[in-house]
Ligand binder design. Sequence first.
Ligand SMILES: [Mn+2]
Length: 284
Amino acid sequence: MSGFDVIGDIHGHADHLLRLLTKLGYERGSPSDSFAHPDGRIVAFVGDLINRGPASSEVIDIVRGMTDAGTAFAVLGNHEFNLLAAAFVGDKKVLKKYREHLDWFRSLPFSLEVGGIRVVHAVWHPTSLAVIAGRTCSDEDFLRRAITKGTPEGQAVQTVLKGIKVSIPDDQVYLDRFGIPRSRGRIRWWLDPRGLSYADLLFPADAGASAYSGPSSADLPDAEPYPSDDPPVFIGHYCLPVSEPKVHGNVACVDGCVTCDGVLWAYRYNGERTLDPVRLVQSD
Ligand SMILES: [Mn+2]
């Protein structure tokens, strides 16, 4: 089997993507001019190709070129989904540069299971994935339901693309990396939350979180811990600081927040069942 290189949220930073692909050994080929690896390796993109950075169009061109050529897969991120939701309701603020790509975004899957790995933007959540199995936003009726609050499809998409959140006690409310106060925090969804403190559970780690108190099971009715013998799963989404561990057994988050820290991350996967942080690669 040739391996996979899983690349984190790019958010319009085409320069980092180009440097990372080159570092990983991908080369621009002919005649398609898209990137391919001489050993047949395949890239898996975890979603959130767009917004924040200066060159979203160039990022889309590179990723589309690779998926068209069969040298990459991509799943949908919450930024692409929000764009599709805005376009669907006719929001005039949808940027012109994205309009020609809407049908392609609509065709992207929410999750992938290929070659022994699983890829999803935020949470591998079996109950939610069962609700949206085989569906994409190309299905207009599905998209309408997915952007409607209170529908099973809407709830499933929220969980899979945005994470599972827990309310944080008032005295632990914190400012996130963008300076936004957070009274709810994303959790390490792969863990069994029973008996864990807020410090154990919040992802990324939150310096203000209590190591002595944690949520009750009733606060986390949606938690579905990830079995340690299930296939490796790769996620993006969590905007992890450089110092935050990214590999947790058979779960790896490759989103190191290229916008905040100027680093785009990848994981070089070669068939191992337990993931190893030495296989993480950073853009230079
Ligand atoms: Mn993101």
